[in-house]
Design a protein around this ligand. Structure first.
Ligand SMILES: [Zn+2]
Length: 286
């Protein structure tokens, strides 16, 4: 380590160590626990489930995490960090060590299995009718996947851990989350995960406002999520490309005509609007 990287306390300890000629003990790293339940042991798990490979008919070597844009509002400056985390390798190969075996093989696996037929139909653009129960399951799957996928770049993780713990307890969409779905143009076999985040600090330790948007595209299905602790964030987006998507949470009841949603009644979204959605946070005014 270069001396210039050491702070004053380090320098004092270094001089004491030099004097006593003993090597310092490495700082004990806190053992990582399950992000949902704090349990152990952790199991390495795919961000996007393996079964999606058989549903999406695509060349996986071409699909990567596309875009992670950040805007950091520090007390004395604003840092805009566009597109910083282009990882190599197919998106489906990304695995994380953040979830315990009990969660992974328990409620998370149950949610995957329950949502699989719904997701499969939407990804393949089958003309299905989604019931309120289907929509509820889809919402939970989107929340779970959004939460897990944020850990792909922890420096840009904005959803508080407390929300993950609460979600594991009550299996409800957390407060201040909005979720939309939309139809990709037909025959589109892409798969993308786009995460943008925003943070404003009150001081160097205290976060005043945060927001994240996640867009996951799988075949013909577009899923779009916003979560924040600032209502002003939602107000900023009342009039934009989101109108081409269908908001599925929160929604008044009955959420759709006859309490169901016919998938093919949703119009396909133009490529231009998908691009606008991708770039939303870049024009953010909070
Ligand atoms: Zn767990």
């Amino acid at each position: 380590m270069l001396v210039s990287n050491l702070n004053q306390v380090d320098l004092i300890s270094l001089s004491l160590i030099t004097m006593s000629n003993k090597l310092p003990k490495p700082p004990k790293q806190e053992q990582r626990k399950c992000v949902f339940c704090k349990g152990l042991p952790l199991t390495r798990e795919h961000i996007f489930p393996d079964w999606l490979k058989s549903v999406l008919n695509i060349d996986f070597s071409l699909n990567k995490v596309a875009d992670r844009t950040s805007i950091d509002f520090l007390p004395d400056k604003v840092i805009f960090r566009p597109d910083t985390n282009k990882k190599n390798g197919p998106l489906f190969s990304h695995k994380l060590l953040i979830v315990c075996a009990k969660c992974n093989n328990g409620w998370m696996s149950v949610l995957q299995q329950e949502t699989k037929p719904i997701l499969t139909s939407l990804i393949k653009d089958n003309n299905i009718t989604l019931t309120t129960d289907d929509i509820a399951k889809l919402n939970l799957w989107i929340v779970m996947t959004t939460m897990v996928a944020e850990f792909d770049d922890e420096a840009k993780k904005r959803i508080p851990l407390a929300q993950l713990r609460e979600f594991q307890d009550n299996k409800q969409v957390p407060k201040n989350w909005k979720i939309w779905i939309g139809r990709n143009p037909p025959n589109n076999d892409r798969h993308t995960h786009i995460h943008h985040d925003f943070i404003e600090f009150e001081s160097l330790q205290y976060v005043k406002k945060y927001a994240q948007t996640t867009m996951i595209i799988m075949g013909n299905l577009i899923m779009f999520v916003m979560s924040t602790n600032s209502n002003k964030f939602f107000e900023s987006y009342s009039n934009n490309s989101l109108q081409y998507l269908k908001q599925i949470h929160p929604s008044s009841s009955p959420i759709f005509e006859n309490s169901s949603l016919n998938w093919h009644n949703l119009p396909s979204i133009a490529e231009e609007e998908i691009l606008n959605l991708r770039n939303m946070l870049n024009i953010l005014d909070m």
